[in-house]
Write a new protein. Sequence first.
Length: 256
Amino acid sequence: MKDPVIDFVLEEPVERVESFAEALEQGRIVIESTDARLKREFVHGPNSLTRMVAVLKSWREQGGSADLLARTIRGQLEVRRAVEDRGPKCELVWSGETLGGKGVRSTGSVVKEMLGHARRSVLVVSYSIWLGSGPAADVIVQLAGLSSAGVDITFILDRRYQDGWNVTQLKSAWPSGHRRPSIWSWQHESDSMAKLHAKVIVVDRRDVLITSANLTSHGIDKNLELGLRVLGQPAEDAAYHFERLIQDGEFDKIEW
């Protein structure tokens, strides 16, 4: 069973965790604070409010004080910082033919490994999605299983690609009976040539793959593609960047 305090400290940007602890210390929020009060007090991203409410509810049920909660949060934050201060770990990731070089692994195996470690959230950003029955379809099946297990899955896609093909593909390929992901899309309103061209996977805000490979079977397996997997603070920064873009209204929510 997840601890709401640990989940909050691990999942939220450091700045938000610090501001939450500070608000508790200064009495701007209390253990009994409502959702509406939290909304007024904090700039929050996807699921942030839910996590804050869970923290206060858990602490209220335990009969703990606001000061003790603030100290607990700061203690957990110090542990997080100590781990992150060890520095990011990086490795090259390649699609297509390799020569078995040291430190170079295939995109497919790395994505499968990353998703195998997911416990809280997965963000997928892609310009193009073509699924079929190959490795890209296997990724969707793995993501659907994670979603039904309680992992939050978010897609950010280029809206103009093939006249909305990405969203159509994802909706049709998502296995029935599984919790659906959140889907956001982007297009430049005044420049028809501008694209959401990033290809990124972020797992639990701690593990990020930035790659030239789209979420297609050729991108994952056949094309010559190169990427960099990073464990550490850059993953947090990538997740926070996209989170702020969602919050600022840069992307449009796609309804199922």
